[in-house]
Design a protein around this ligand. Structure first.
Ligand code: TXA
Ligand code: MG
Length: 311
């Protein structure tokens, strides 16, 4: 079932069932985070290993604070500036958070997503929502309700249709350390956005795995995706390969292509990246090509997703 009936989704979730929800980043596969039975269904439907923990989606800053033991000064600054929005915080969890959400870790990731339907939904619930991206593990994240419907739709109660996601890549995940933040996953809020608030960003030097989902091949298309310095040159060297290009601006190419932005606008590229990857997969090309992207602003998150897709 796909539609916009928030009350029906609230009732399904209260009943321990799963629903897909829109956020500004990507669609999430949601369940009552305080109900381990419901949460275990998320892992089953996504085919996600249980060592990979889930993000807790909360209705407000005050709501999020209930599920963590600390709220550093930097979390106040970031949440006041960007929530509801595309940044998530890793903090020590309170006893209210079931171990299944965190895969046994003492820390939980929380965020307040920025989508009117989902904020309305969260305000109607007396529990937070556990929600990973609503795709099968290691495939491309969904940025429309139709992406969800065509993959896991038959296995869940409802797909709440909030239209195409406005950001298009997942939230930034940060940890807090010595009055600085450590970026564990690049995402919708950029390093530059964080620094502009006067917050120090430290390099991620942690040996320990902080974000298990960040380890492996991820965001993969079915067809091989290759990052090449120059598409034109690659075509000259591989004249018989049937390829399709993901382009960041209008330019001449000897290949069929999908235009992610007309004029190298990083926000637009982020926004159309995952649907472009899906479209390329459905084409009759054997291989998907993309050039390296400028590693600035949200370009860092785009570069990260392309690199992982290529791995
Ligand atoms: O934008 C987003 O963050 C989207 C939307 C739906 O909110 N959600 C999302 O969830 O991207 P997911 O599960 O696809 O990615 C969450 C990442 C994973 O890499 C996971 O390992 C990491 O966050 N993570 C979650 N909880 C964690 C924890 N307690 N400790 C370390 N890493 C954690
Ligand atoms: Mg994901």
């Amino acid at each position: 079932m796909i539609g916009t009936d928030v009350a029906q989704v609230a009732s399904l979730l209260s009943d321990g069932q799963l629903a897909a929800i829109p956020t500004e980043t990507v669609y999430g596969l949601a369940a009552n985070a305080l109900d381990p039975q419901a949460v275990s269904e998320i892992y089953r439907v996504k085919n996600r290993p249980q060592f990979n923990p889930l993000i807790l989606h909360c209705a407000s800053i005050d709501d999020a604070k209930k599920y963590v033991l600390e709220w550093p000064e930097e979390a106040s600054l970031l949440s006041n500036a960007f929530w509801p929005g595309s940044i998530s915080f890793l903090l020590p969890k309170s006893r209210l958070v079931p171990d299944l959400i965190t895969s046994g870790s003492s820390h939980v990731v929380v965020r307040v997503p920025n989508h009117p339907l989902t904020l309305d939904l969260l305000s109607q619930l007396d529990f937070p929502l556990a929600a990973p991206s609503a795709n099968i593990s290691n495939t491309v994240s969904p940025t429309t309700a139709q992406h969800v419907e065509s993959t896991v739709g038959s296995q869940i109660g409802y797909v709440l249709d909030g239209g195409p996601c406005s950001v298009g890549v997942e939230s930034t995940i940060v940890a807090f350390e010595d009055s600085s933040v450590v970026i564990l996953r690049e995402g919708g809020i950029s390093q530059e956005d964080i620094v502009a608030l006067g917050i120090k960003v430290k390099g991620n030097t942690r040996k320990q795995i902080q974000s298990p989902g960040q380890l492996k091949r991820h965001y993969s298309t079915d067809k091989p995706l290759l990052i090449v310095k120059n598409i034109q040159d690659w075509v000259h060297q591989n004249p018989y390969k049937k390829a399709i290009a993901l382009l960041y601006e209008e330019k001449t190419t000897p290949l069929p292509y999908i235009l992610l932005s007309k004029s190298y606008n990083l926000g637009e590229i982020a926004n159309s990246l995952f649907s472009g990857m899906r479209e390329a997969d459905q084409s009759n090309a054997e291989i998907i090509l993309a050039e390296p992207i400028k590693p600035e602003g949200i370009g860092r998150a785009i570069a990260d997703r392309l690199n992982r897709a290529q791995f």
